[in-house]
Every structure is written in structure tokens, then in C-alpha cells.
Design a protein around this ligand. Structure first.
Ligand SMILES: [Zn+2]
Ligand SMILES: [Zn+2]
Length: 162
């Protein structure tokens, strides 16, 4: 068995270049430029890239096609142009229903678990660009738990009365 490892796998990464011209037949060439020498491998699709096609985003080497598809799918967090403030959403879900007597209180059976779930699910999601504490998540979880305890007491009372 003969295994040939492409030198591009181990060569140091050079940036801002137009790509080295392929000299020997044994060298791997860029997927997009057959005449240029491969420097890196795209971490998205595994294609060989020359230094012109190599784009480094948050320590990831990607080809233009992967960046384009990442933009469409929203998978590249470094390219995102908007962020959802999940902590605001969680605390709103935990508190706003309480403002509407009866109907809102009834809604808490659904909104309280949702507030807790959002808080835990997005605890580590990058929130705002400016530093922000987790106090809203903590409060949302606390109020959500209190509401659930309230519901449990109500349900126990209903069951006992029967
Ligand atoms: Zn790619
Ligand atoms: Zn190229």
C-alpha cells in the first residue's frame, strides 16, 4: 500500500497571497484554481485551497463556498449580524403573564417551564456584544420555579378536595 500525504497538510499557513503556482505534478492543487498549489484544507468541505481561497474566520479555515452556505444557514456565529437577547425573553415569559390577572396566571403553566428551559438552553449562547450578567436567567429560573411550585400546590389541593 502506498500512501502519499499532501504537503499542504503540514505546511505553515500564509495569508494574503495570490497563491503559489503549481510546479510539480505531485503537488496537490487548489479546488478552485487548478494551477495553484494547495495550502490548506477547508474545514467545512475538505477541499484543498490555495492561499487566495483560504479565509480564516474565528480560527477556522474555510472556502468561499462554505462561508456562503454558512451565512445562509446561519451556522457561522462569527458572521451573525443580529443576536437574540434570550435572557430578556426568558424573564419576560416568567413575569409578564403575572401582570394579567387570571388569564395570564393560567398561562404560567406553559410559560414558566418555557422560561426555565430558555434560561438553561441559552445559558452559554453569546448574548449581547456588551458584557451582560446572567442575572436575568437566574431570576427567570427562580420565578419559573416559584410558579411551578404554585401550580403543584393548586393541583394537590384539587386532588385532595376530590
Ligand atoms: Zn469548504
Ligand atoms: Zn484557489
Amino acid at each position: 500500500v502506498y500512501a502519499a500525504v499532501f504537503p499542504a497538510l503540514f505546511s505553515p499557513i500564509e495569508q494574503g497571497q495570490s497563491g503559489e503556482t503549481l510546479l510539480a505534478d505531485t503537488d496537490a492543487s487548489c479546488f478552485y484554481h487548478p494551477g495553484k498549489k494547495a495550502k490548506v484544507i477547508c474545514e467545512g468541505c475538505g477541499r484543498f485551497l490555495c492561499s487566495l481561497c483560504d479565509v480564516e474566520i474565528s480560527q477556522q479555515h474555510l472556502c468561499p463556498a462554505c462561508i456562503e452556505s454558512g451565512k445562509k444557514k446561519g451556522g457561522l456565529s462569527a458572521l451573525s449580524t443580529r443576536r437574540t437577547l434570550h435572557d430578556d425573553l426568558a424573564i419576560s415569559l416568567a413575569l409578564l403573564p403575572l401582570l394579567i390577572p387570571f388569564l395570564g396566571w393560567l398561562c404560567t403553566i406553559a410559560t414558566a417551564p418555557l422560561a426555565i428551559w430558555i434560561s438553561i438552553r441559552h445559558w452559554k449562547t453569546p448574548c449581547s456584544i456588551v458584557p451582560r450578567s446572567h442575572i436575568r436567567y437566574v431570576l427567570a429560573i427562580a420565578f419559573g420555579l416559584l410558579q411551578l411550585i404554585g401550580w403543584m400546590i393548586v393541583l394537590i389541593l384539587i386532588v385532595k378536595r376530590k
